[in-house]
Write a protein that binds this ligand. Structure first.
Ligand SMILES: [Zn+2]
Length: 222
């Protein structure tokens, strides 16, 4: 992969646009044009607004660059196991991505709910690990468990987000074994490939979460 391929991937992630008025997210590129009417609220666009911030786009780029770490680079590498290094990098960056996406969803949702600053800080500090945010903070804000929400997200394939959830669990377990025990045997090329291929599904998952939870609150406050 050369730089332009990585740019294409970041360009794909950039296509998620949010309506400044009602907070709805989709990949309608008309939103980039000033005066374009939002298909949800009907208000004219003041120009594009990316759903994913620069730090998220940079992370996605890191995953793609790690995955396509070129054969030449592998041959010239000083590393003993460059292939293994690629797999580790893809899985670790993927885990960071899914945690950053959860964090920004929760913060954004708390922000639009207009929770007092002190309450937000307490909720965050009471749930200071990713697992606690997923198992405690997410259901206390949405009223539903993560697993149940994912199984009901709109999709042509009813199992699409259950498969994603199962992959997130496996990737997290493998990453934690690396983190806590320096054991990287669960991080395989197959797992790295699955993580790599799941990026668009993961981004779509957060698009839906935004449209189900954040958008109605923003829309109601107009
Ligand atoms: Zn709108």
């Amino acid at each position: 992969m050369d730089r332009s391929d990585a740019d294409m991937i970041v360009d794909f992630a950039r296509t998620y646009q949010v309506c400044r008025e009602c907070g709805f997210v989709d990949r309608d590129q008309g939103r980039l044009k000033v005066g374009y009417k939002c298909s949800v609220c009907g208000v004219q666009s003041e120009g594009g607004l990316m759903f994913l911030e620069l730090n998220v786009l940079v992370l996605i780029r890191h995953i793609y660059e790690a995955y396509y770490f070129s054969d030449t680079a592998v041959e010239e590498s000083y590393m003993a196991e460059p292939e293994e290094f690629k797999d580790l990098a893809v899985v670790v960056f993927f885990c960071i991505l899914k945690e950053v996406l959860l964090e920004r969803f929760l913060l954004n949702f708390m922000h639009v709910l207009n929770l007092p600053e002190g309450v937000m800080t307490r909720m965050e500090s009471d749930n200071d690990s990713h697992r606690r945010r997923l198992e405690n903070l997410f259901p206390s804000l949405t009223g539903q468990k993560w697993k149940d929400v994912l199984s009901k997200l709109p999709s042509n394939d009813p199992k699409k987000y259950n498969i994603l959830d199962e992959l997130l669990l496996r990737a997290t377990k493998a990453r934690n074994e690396l983190l806590h025990e320096a054991n990287h045997h669960s991080i395989t090329s197959k797992l790295a490939e699955e993580c790599f291929n799941a990026i668009p599904v993961l981004l779509d998952c957060y698009k839906h979460l935004n449209n189900i939870y954040v958008h109605p609150v923003v829309n109601a406050a107009r």
